[in-house]
Design a binder for this molecule. Sequence first.
Ligand SMILES: Nc1ncnc2c1ncn2[C@@H]1O[C@H](COP(=O)(O)OP(=O)(O)OP(=O)(O)O)[C@@H](O)[C@H]1O
Ligand SMILES: [Mg+2]
Length: 398
Amino acid sequence: MPPKKQQSGDEKVLLGRPSNNLKIGVVGLPNVGKSTFFNAITSSSVPAENYPFCTIDPTESRVAVPDERFDWLCEQYKPASRVPAHLTIIDIAGLVKGASAGAGLGNAFLSNISAVDGIFHVVRAFNDPDVVHVEGEVEPTRDLETIHNELRLKDTAMLNKYIEANQRNIERMGGGGSVDDKKKKDEFNVIVKVRDWVASGKDVRKGEWSNKEVEIINGQYLLTAKPVTYLANVSERDYLRKKNKFLPVIKKWIDENNPGDKLIPFSAAYESELAAIEDPVEKNKVAEEKGGPSVFPKIIVTGYDQLNLMHFFTAGAKEVRAWTCRRGAKMTDAARNIHNDIANSLIQVDVMKFDDLKAAGSENALKAAGKLHIRGKDAIIEDGDIVYFRSGEGRAKK
Ligand SMILES: Nc1ncnc2c1ncn2[C@@H]1O[C@H](COP(=O)(O)OP(=O)(O)OP(=O)(O)O)[C@@H](O)[C@H]1O
Ligand SMILES: [Mg+2]
Protein backbone atom coordinates (compact mmCIF):
# COMPACT_ATOMS: atom_id res chain seq x y z
CA MET A 1 0.00 0.00 0.00
CA PRO A 2 1.42 3.44 -0.82
CA PRO A 3 2.19 5.56 2.23
CA LYS A 4 -0.76 7.70 3.24
CA LYS A 5 -0.55 11.37 2.43
CA GLN A 6 -0.49 13.64 5.43
CA GLN A 7 -3.86 15.36 5.25
CA SER A 8 -3.00 18.70 6.62
CA GLY A 9 0.32 19.73 8.03
CA ASP A 10 -0.83 21.82 10.95
CA GLU A 11 -3.20 19.44 12.74
CA LYS A 12 -1.48 18.45 15.95
CA VAL A 13 -1.80 14.80 16.89
CA LEU A 14 -2.61 14.54 20.60
CA LEU A 15 -0.99 12.17 23.03
CA GLY A 16 -3.38 9.47 24.22
CA ARG A 17 -6.43 7.61 22.93
CA PRO A 18 -8.92 9.44 20.71
CA SER A 19 -11.93 8.25 22.67
CA ASN A 20 -14.97 9.95 24.14
CA ASN A 21 -15.05 7.77 27.18
CA LEU A 22 -11.77 8.55 28.86
CA LYS A 23 -10.81 7.51 32.37
CA ILE A 24 -8.82 9.16 35.10
CA GLY A 25 -7.05 7.02 37.68
CA VAL A 26 -6.42 8.11 41.26
CA VAL A 27 -2.75 7.46 41.90
CA GLY A 28 -0.48 7.96 44.93
CA LEU A 29 1.34 6.26 47.81
CA PRO A 30 -0.71 4.03 50.15
CA ASN A 31 -2.78 5.76 52.82
CA VAL A 32 -2.70 9.25 51.33
CA GLY A 33 -6.49 9.53 51.03
CA LYS A 34 -7.14 8.19 47.51
CA SER A 35 -10.14 6.03 48.43
CA THR A 36 -11.56 8.69 50.73
CA PHE A 37 -11.37 11.10 47.80
CA PHE A 38 -12.83 8.55 45.37
CA ASN A 39 -15.74 7.62 47.63
CA ALA A 40 -16.58 11.23 48.38
CA ILE A 41 -16.46 12.35 44.75
CA THR A 42 -18.58 9.34 43.74
CA SER A 43 -21.28 9.91 46.29
CA SER A 44 -21.44 13.66 45.82
CA SER A 45 -21.97 13.52 42.07
CA VAL A 46 -25.57 14.52 41.58
CA PRO A 47 -27.34 11.71 39.72
CA ALA A 48 -28.95 12.86 36.50
CA GLU A 49 -32.61 12.11 35.99
CA ASN A 50 -33.09 8.92 34.00
CA TYR A 51 -29.43 8.31 33.84
CA PRO A 52 -27.49 5.80 35.85
CA PHE A 53 -24.58 7.68 37.31
CA CYS A 54 -23.23 5.23 39.70
CA THR A 55 -20.30 3.33 40.93
CA ILE A 56 -19.65 0.88 38.11
CA ASP A 57 -17.79 -1.37 40.51
CA PRO A 58 -16.29 -0.51 43.89
CA THR A 59 -13.29 1.08 42.21
CA GLU A 60 -14.82 2.69 39.14
CA SER A 61 -17.44 5.38 38.92
CA ARG A 62 -18.86 7.97 36.59
CA VAL A 63 -19.23 11.52 37.78
CA ALA A 64 -21.18 14.32 36.14
CA VAL A 65 -19.08 17.15 34.71
CA PRO A 66 -20.57 20.37 36.05
CA ASP A 67 -21.39 23.01 33.45
CA GLU A 68 -23.41 26.19 33.88
CA ARG A 69 -24.39 26.20 30.21
CA PHE A 70 -25.94 22.75 30.63
CA ASP A 71 -27.90 23.97 33.66
CA TRP A 72 -29.09 27.01 31.70
CA LEU A 73 -30.23 24.85 28.77
CA CYS A 74 -32.18 22.57 31.12
CA GLU A 75 -33.81 25.61 32.65
CA GLN A 76 -34.68 26.89 29.17
CA TYR A 77 -36.00 23.72 27.53
CA LYS A 78 -37.36 21.98 30.63
CA PRO A 79 -36.71 18.63 28.96
CA ALA A 80 -38.08 15.28 30.06
CA SER A 81 -34.55 13.95 30.33
CA ARG A 82 -31.30 15.67 31.29
CA VAL A 83 -27.98 14.02 30.65
CA PRO A 84 -24.80 15.86 31.61
CA ALA A 85 -21.33 14.96 30.33
CA HIS A 86 -19.48 12.50 32.49
CA LEU A 87 -16.00 11.46 33.41
CA THR A 88 -14.98 8.02 34.64
CA ILE A 89 -12.79 7.91 37.73
CA ILE A 90 -10.91 4.83 38.91
CA ASP A 91 -9.54 4.20 42.39
CA ILE A 92 -6.16 2.49 42.20
CA ALA A 93 -4.42 0.88 45.15
CA GLY A 94 -1.35 2.63 46.54
CA LEU A 95 1.99 2.36 44.79
CA VAL A 96 5.09 1.77 46.84
CA LYS A 97 8.74 2.44 46.20
CA GLY A 98 10.11 -0.39 44.06
CA ALA A 99 6.73 -1.12 42.44
CA SER A 100 8.26 -0.99 38.97
CA ALA A 101 10.58 -3.81 40.06
CA GLY A 102 7.64 -5.77 41.46
CA ALA A 103 7.52 -4.59 45.10
CA GLY A 104 4.13 -4.79 46.79
CA LEU A 105 1.68 -5.72 44.10
CA GLY A 106 3.76 -3.35 42.01
CA ASN A 107 3.32 -4.48 38.49
CA ALA A 108 -0.38 -5.17 38.90
CA PHE A 109 -0.97 -1.61 40.12
CA LEU A 110 1.14 -0.20 37.34
CA SER A 111 -0.91 -2.04 34.76
CA ASN A 112 -4.04 -0.51 36.31
CA ILE A 113 -2.46 2.86 35.64
CA SER A 114 -1.66 1.79 32.12
CA ALA A 115 -5.40 1.36 31.48
CA VAL A 116 -6.35 4.94 32.35
CA ASP A 117 -6.01 8.06 30.21
CA GLY A 118 -5.14 10.60 32.84
CA ILE A 119 -3.97 10.75 36.43
CA PHE A 120 -5.16 12.45 39.60
CA HIS A 121 -2.00 12.29 41.66
CA VAL A 122 -2.99 12.50 45.33
CA VAL A 123 -0.19 13.67 47.57
CA ARG A 124 -0.50 13.71 51.34
CA ALA A 125 -0.21 17.14 52.91
CA PHE A 126 -1.90 16.48 56.25
CA ASN A 127 -0.34 15.54 59.56
CA ASP A 128 -2.20 12.98 61.60
CA PRO A 129 -0.40 10.68 64.02
CA ASP A 130 -3.28 8.18 63.69
CA VAL A 131 -2.81 7.77 59.94
CA VAL A 132 0.38 5.86 59.25
CA HIS A 133 2.64 7.17 56.52
CA VAL A 134 4.47 4.35 54.72
CA GLU A 135 7.70 6.32 54.76
CA GLY A 136 7.39 7.70 58.30
CA GLU A 137 7.24 11.51 58.22
CA VAL A 138 4.90 13.47 55.96
CA GLU A 139 7.14 14.87 53.23
CA PRO A 140 5.30 15.59 49.97
CA THR A 141 8.29 16.21 47.69
CA ARG A 142 9.81 12.84 48.57
CA ASP A 143 6.44 11.23 47.86
CA LEU A 144 6.08 13.04 44.54
CA GLU A 145 9.57 11.85 43.58
CA THR A 146 8.77 8.27 44.56
CA ILE A 147 5.67 8.04 42.40
CA HIS A 148 7.27 9.78 39.46
CA ASN A 149 10.33 7.58 39.63
CA GLU A 150 8.22 4.45 39.65
CA LEU A 151 6.22 5.58 36.64
CA ARG A 152 9.35 6.59 34.76
CA LEU A 153 11.15 3.36 35.65
CA LYS A 154 8.22 1.37 34.37
CA ASP A 155 8.21 3.33 31.10
CA THR A 156 11.96 2.90 30.74
CA ALA A 157 11.63 -0.84 31.30
CA MET A 158 8.84 -1.12 28.72
CA LEU A 159 10.80 0.84 26.14
CA ASN A 160 13.97 -1.15 26.83
CA LYS A 161 12.05 -4.35 26.28
CA TYR A 162 10.98 -3.09 22.86
CA ILE A 163 14.54 -2.02 22.06
CA GLU A 164 16.00 -5.38 23.08
CA ALA A 165 13.43 -7.28 21.08
CA ASN A 166 14.10 -5.29 17.91
CA GLN A 167 17.75 -4.28 18.07
CA ARG A 168 19.27 -7.22 16.16
CA ASN A 169 16.66 -7.02 13.46
CA ILE A 170 17.31 -3.33 12.91
CA GLU A 171 21.07 -3.81 12.84
CA ARG A 172 20.68 -6.57 10.27
CA MET A 173 18.78 -4.17 7.97
CA GLY A 174 21.82 -1.92 7.73
CA GLY A 175 21.40 1.14 5.49
CA GLY A 176 19.04 -0.29 2.90
CA GLY A 177 15.75 -2.13 3.08
CA SER A 178 12.16 -1.95 1.92
CA VAL A 179 9.61 0.73 2.76
CA ASP A 180 8.45 -1.48 5.57
CA ASP A 181 12.02 -1.81 6.91
CA LYS A 182 12.40 1.95 6.84
CA LYS A 183 9.19 2.34 8.83
CA LYS A 184 10.46 -0.11 11.43
CA LYS A 185 13.77 1.70 11.64
CA ASP A 186 12.04 5.06 12.09
CA GLU A 187 9.87 3.64 14.83
CA PHE A 188 12.89 2.09 16.52
CA ASN A 189 14.77 5.39 16.48
CA VAL A 190 11.82 7.22 17.98
CA ILE A 191 11.55 4.64 20.75
CA VAL A 192 15.25 5.04 21.55
CA LYS A 193 14.80 8.82 21.66
CA VAL A 194 11.82 8.53 24.01
CA ARG A 195 13.67 6.02 26.22
CA ASP A 196 16.62 8.42 26.55
CA TRP A 197 14.23 11.23 27.45
CA VAL A 198 12.51 9.21 30.18
CA ALA A 199 15.76 7.75 31.46
CA SER A 200 17.09 11.31 31.88
CA GLY A 201 14.36 11.86 34.48
CA LYS A 202 11.67 13.54 32.41
CA ASP A 203 8.05 12.63 31.77
CA VAL A 204 7.05 11.78 28.19
CA ARG A 205 4.21 14.30 28.20
CA LYS A 206 6.67 17.13 28.75
CA GLY A 207 8.59 16.45 25.53
CA GLU A 208 8.14 18.29 22.25
CA TRP A 209 7.23 15.51 19.83
CA SER A 210 6.36 15.66 16.16
CA ASN A 211 3.06 14.20 14.96
CA LYS A 212 4.84 11.13 13.68
CA GLU A 213 6.55 10.64 17.04
CA VAL A 214 3.27 11.08 18.91
CA GLU A 215 1.66 8.36 16.82
CA ILE A 216 4.46 5.98 17.74
CA ILE A 217 4.36 7.00 21.41
CA ASN A 218 0.61 6.42 21.47
CA GLY A 219 1.19 2.80 20.50
CA GLN A 220 3.25 2.23 23.65
CA TYR A 221 0.75 3.09 26.41
CA LEU A 222 3.37 4.90 28.43
CA LEU A 223 2.52 5.95 31.97
CA THR A 224 4.31 9.28 31.95
CA ALA A 225 2.59 10.29 28.71
CA LYS A 226 -0.69 10.67 30.61
CA PRO A 227 -1.75 14.12 31.78
CA VAL A 228 -1.53 14.67 35.54
CA THR A 229 -3.50 16.88 37.90
CA TYR A 230 -1.92 17.07 41.35
CA LEU A 231 -4.29 16.96 44.31
CA ALA A 232 -2.77 17.96 47.64
CA ASN A 233 -4.78 16.37 50.43
CA VAL A 234 -4.75 18.77 53.39
CA SER A 235 -6.47 18.66 56.77
CA GLU A 236 -9.96 20.07 57.15
CA ARG A 237 -8.59 22.89 59.25
CA ASP A 238 -6.01 23.89 56.64
CA TYR A 239 -8.56 23.69 53.85
CA LEU A 240 -10.95 25.99 55.65
CA ARG A 241 -8.28 28.51 56.65
CA LYS A 242 -6.73 28.25 53.14
CA LYS A 243 -3.25 27.72 54.51
CA ASN A 244 -0.96 24.73 54.51
CA LYS A 245 2.76 24.58 55.10
CA PHE A 246 3.42 21.93 52.45
CA LEU A 247 1.73 23.68 49.52
CA PRO A 248 4.60 26.03 48.59
CA VAL A 249 7.09 23.13 48.34
CA ILE A 250 4.66 21.02 46.31
CA LYS A 251 4.08 23.93 43.94
CA LYS A 252 7.83 24.45 43.64
CA TRP A 253 8.40 20.78 42.86
CA ILE A 254 5.75 20.85 40.12
CA ASP A 255 7.15 24.05 38.61
CA GLU A 256 10.63 22.57 38.52
CA ASN A 257 9.76 19.08 37.36
CA ASN A 258 6.52 19.30 35.41
CA PRO A 259 5.84 22.95 34.69
CA GLY A 260 2.31 23.71 33.60
CA ASP A 261 0.66 20.86 35.52
CA LYS A 262 -2.17 21.95 37.78
CA LEU A 263 -2.16 21.72 41.58
CA ILE A 264 -5.46 21.72 43.47
CA PRO A 265 -5.50 21.63 47.27
CA PHE A 266 -8.45 19.76 48.76
CA SER A 267 -9.34 17.93 51.94
CA ALA A 268 -10.55 14.36 51.55
CA ALA A 269 -11.68 14.41 55.19
CA TYR A 270 -13.79 17.56 54.72
CA GLU A 271 -15.13 16.50 51.32
CA SER A 272 -16.34 13.19 52.73
CA GLU A 273 -18.17 15.05 55.49
CA LEU A 274 -19.92 17.19 52.87
CA ALA A 275 -20.57 14.19 50.63
CA ALA A 276 -22.40 12.45 53.46
CA ILE A 277 -25.05 15.20 53.47
CA GLU A 278 -27.58 14.16 50.84
CA ASP A 279 -29.80 17.23 50.70
CA PRO A 280 -28.05 19.80 48.45
CA VAL A 281 -29.59 22.75 50.29
CA GLU A 282 -28.39 21.43 53.62
CA LYS A 283 -24.99 20.66 52.09
CA ASN A 284 -24.60 24.24 50.87
CA LYS A 285 -25.66 25.54 54.24
CA VAL A 286 -23.04 23.49 56.05
CA ALA A 287 -20.33 24.45 53.53
CA GLU A 288 -21.22 28.10 53.93
CA GLU A 289 -21.23 27.95 57.71
CA LYS A 290 -17.87 26.25 57.74
CA GLY A 291 -16.54 28.68 55.17
CA GLY A 292 -15.47 26.29 52.40
CA PRO A 293 -17.37 25.08 49.36
CA SER A 294 -16.53 21.72 47.82
CA VAL A 295 -13.64 21.84 45.38
CA PHE A 296 -14.86 18.75 43.49
CA PRO A 297 -16.44 20.67 40.58
CA LYS A 298 -13.06 22.30 39.96
CA ILE A 299 -11.23 18.98 40.18
CA ILE A 300 -13.60 17.29 37.72
CA VAL A 301 -13.51 20.14 35.22
CA THR A 302 -9.71 20.36 35.42
CA GLY A 303 -9.28 16.62 34.83
CA TYR A 304 -11.70 16.70 31.91
CA ASP A 305 -9.90 19.65 30.43
CA GLN A 306 -6.49 18.06 30.74
CA LEU A 307 -7.70 15.13 28.68
CA ASN A 308 -8.42 17.63 25.91
CA LEU A 309 -12.10 16.91 26.21
CA MET A 310 -14.88 19.39 25.60
CA HIS A 311 -18.58 19.10 25.18
CA PHE A 312 -21.28 20.09 22.80
CA PHE A 313 -25.01 19.97 23.36
CA THR A 314 -28.19 18.70 21.83
CA ALA A 315 -31.26 20.41 23.21
CA GLY A 316 -34.97 19.92 22.79
CA ALA A 317 -38.13 19.26 24.75
CA LYS A 318 -37.34 15.56 25.02
CA GLU A 319 -33.76 15.78 26.12
CA VAL A 320 -30.98 18.19 26.91
CA ARG A 321 -27.71 16.39 26.71
CA ALA A 322 -24.02 17.22 26.90
CA TRP A 323 -21.85 15.04 24.68
CA THR A 324 -18.16 14.59 25.12
CA CYS A 325 -15.65 14.86 22.30
CA ARG A 326 -12.01 15.68 21.91
CA ARG A 327 -10.92 19.21 21.08
CA GLY A 328 -10.44 19.73 17.38
CA ALA A 329 -13.01 17.07 16.42
CA LYS A 330 -14.94 17.47 13.18
CA MET A 331 -18.73 17.54 13.02
CA THR A 332 -18.74 13.97 11.70
CA ASP A 333 -16.64 12.72 14.65
CA ALA A 334 -18.99 14.52 17.01
CA ALA A 335 -22.03 12.99 15.30
CA ARG A 336 -20.51 9.53 15.66
CA ASN A 337 -20.91 9.86 19.44
CA ILE A 338 -24.63 9.88 18.92
CA HIS A 339 -25.02 7.30 16.17
CA ASN A 340 -22.85 5.87 13.40
CA ASP A 341 -25.72 6.23 10.91
CA ILE A 342 -25.99 9.93 11.59
CA ALA A 343 -22.24 10.39 11.11
CA ASN A 344 -22.16 8.33 7.92
CA SER A 345 -24.94 10.19 6.21
CA LEU A 346 -24.33 13.62 7.72
CA ILE A 347 -25.21 16.43 5.32
CA GLN A 348 -25.04 19.57 7.39
CA VAL A 349 -25.25 20.81 10.93
CA ASP A 350 -27.32 23.63 12.39
CA VAL A 351 -25.22 25.29 15.06
CA MET A 352 -26.25 27.75 17.75
CA LYS A 353 -23.54 29.43 19.80
CA PHE A 354 -24.41 29.26 23.45
CA ASP A 355 -23.83 32.97 24.07
CA ASP A 356 -26.03 33.90 21.10
CA LEU A 357 -28.83 31.70 22.37
CA LYS A 358 -28.58 33.09 25.85
CA ALA A 359 -28.56 36.66 24.56
CA ALA A 360 -31.50 36.04 22.21
CA GLY A 361 -33.48 34.26 24.91
CA SER A 362 -34.98 31.58 22.66
CA GLU A 363 -34.30 29.55 19.54
CA ASN A 364 -36.85 31.55 17.55
CA ALA A 365 -35.37 34.88 18.55
CA LEU A 366 -31.92 33.59 17.66
CA LYS A 367 -33.13 32.50 14.22
CA ALA A 368 -34.88 35.83 13.68
CA ALA A 369 -31.60 37.58 14.46
CA GLY A 370 -29.90 35.52 11.73
CA LYS A 371 -27.63 33.77 14.20
CA LEU A 372 -28.29 30.18 13.26
CA HIS A 373 -25.16 28.91 11.52
CA ILE A 374 -25.09 26.13 8.95
CA ARG A 375 -21.88 24.11 9.01
CA GLY A 376 -20.51 21.37 6.78
CA LYS A 377 -19.64 17.93 8.08
CA ASP A 378 -15.90 18.65 8.04
CA ALA A 379 -16.18 21.83 10.10
CA ILE A 380 -14.58 21.76 13.53
CA ILE A 381 -17.05 21.59 16.39
CA GLU A 382 -16.46 24.06 19.19
CA ASP A 383 -16.89 23.80 22.93
CA GLY A 384 -20.47 24.67 23.88
CA ASP A 385 -21.96 24.42 20.39
CA ILE A 386 -25.63 23.48 20.44
CA VAL A 387 -26.10 21.33 17.37
CA TYR A 388 -28.74 19.72 15.22
CA PHE A 389 -27.30 17.10 12.90
CA ARG A 390 -29.07 16.86 9.53
CA SER A 391 -28.34 13.50 8.01
CA GLY A 392 -29.39 11.78 4.81
CA GLU A 393 -31.40 9.10 6.51
CA GLY A 394 -33.78 11.49 8.13
CA ARG A 395 -32.35 10.45 11.45
CA ALA A 396 -31.35 13.92 12.52
CA LYS A 397 -30.99 13.85 16.25
CA LYS A 398 -32.21 16.52 18.52
N1 LIG B 1 -7.41 15.22 54.70
C1 LIG B 1 -7.37 14.22 55.61
N2 LIG B 1 -7.21 14.52 56.91
C2 LIG B 1 -7.16 13.53 57.82
N3 LIG B 1 -7.26 12.23 57.57
C3 LIG B 1 -7.43 11.87 56.28
C4 LIG B 1 -7.49 12.85 55.25
N4 LIG B 1 -7.63 12.20 54.08
C5 LIG B 1 -7.68 10.88 54.37
N5 LIG B 1 -7.54 10.67 55.69
C6 LIG B 1 -7.51 9.39 56.38
O1 LIG B 1 -6.37 8.67 55.91
C7 LIG B 1 -6.61 7.27 55.95
C8 LIG B 1 -6.23 6.63 54.63
O2 LIG B 1 -7.15 7.05 53.64
P1 LIG B 1 -7.52 6.17 52.37
O3 LIG B 1 -7.95 4.82 52.76
O4 LIG B 1 -8.43 6.99 51.59
O5 LIG B 1 -6.09 6.08 51.69
P2 LIG B 1 -5.68 5.37 50.31
O6 LIG B 1 -4.74 6.33 49.67
O7 LIG B 1 -6.86 4.94 49.56
O8 LIG B 1 -4.84 4.12 50.80
P3 LIG B 1 -4.51 2.74 49.99
O9 LIG B 1 -3.42 3.06 49.08
O10 LIG B 1 -4.09 1.84 51.08
O11 LIG B 1 -5.76 2.31 49.30
C9 LIG B 1 -8.07 7.10 56.30
O12 LIG B 1 -8.15 6.79 57.67
C10 LIG B 1 -8.66 8.47 56.05
O13 LIG B 1 -9.76 8.75 56.86
MG1 LIG C 1 -7.43 3.02 48.76
